[in-house]
Write a protein that binds this ligand. Structure first.
Ligand code: CA
Ligand code: CA
Length: 186
């Protein structure tokens, strides 16, 4: 979005001044390759991602809305490495708390996708015997120490709402960053 706005402004500047040559060139690079200092509050940087750990215990829908209020979405784990990095961060906090992710099978029972990108959940981090859709009403996916004996943070499906035992904290993930450079003939 920001990229499009910058390009539009440059295009309009080009039109209004009527330069015969191209005065500016924009270069878009993924991430923040020059490590420019940015204010990422309230998000915490973990590897290449930025995450917010909502501390209020809510149903899945409210968790999603709370992330949207911050311009982000419930977390999507594209890779085992991303999951492991976030799990290690939570583990370092020493709490056995559970958090919502964007994963669910609300569209088609048994087909578990990340809601942010509609891609299947391919990471191998399910708790033993999960997802089990217990009681036929578990369609949203959270992470945490799923069983009393669990020693690792893993994934499990739980009721999205209308269940007082399924009110969890939530992990929001900020959009990926892009760096826009502008090269100018001065
Ligand atoms: Ca992600
Ligand atoms: Ca379950």
């Amino acid at each position: 979005m920001l990229k499009k706005i910058v390009e539009l402004i440059l295009f309009l500047a080009y039109l209004s001044l009527g330069w015969a040559n191209v005065k500016y060139t924009t270069i878009v690079t993924p991430g923040n390759p020059n490590n420019v200092s940015i204010n990422s509050s309230p998000f915490t940087k973990i590897n290449d991602g930025y995450y917010y750990f909502g501390q209020d215990k809510v149903n899945w829908y409210t968790g999603y809305e709370n992330c949207r209020k911050l311009g982000s979405e419930l977390v999507t784990f594209e890779t085992n490495e991303e999951f492991d990095a976030v799990a290690a961060y939570l583990k370092s906090k020493g709490e056995r708390t559970e958090y919502w992710t964007s994963g669910n099978d609300l569209g088609k029972t048994g087909t578990h996708n990340w809601f942010t990108n509609a891609q299947p959940i391919t990471i191998k981090r399910w708790a033993p015997n999960q997802p089990d859709n217990a009681g036929g009403r578990e369609h949203c996916i959270h992470l945490g120490y799923i069983y009393g004996y669990s020693t690792d943070i893993q994934l499990n499906d739980r009721p999205c709402n209308n269940d007082n035992n399924s009110l969890f904290k939530y992990v929001c993930e900020a959009p990926a960053q892009e760096t826009i450079s502008i090269v100018v003939w001065k």
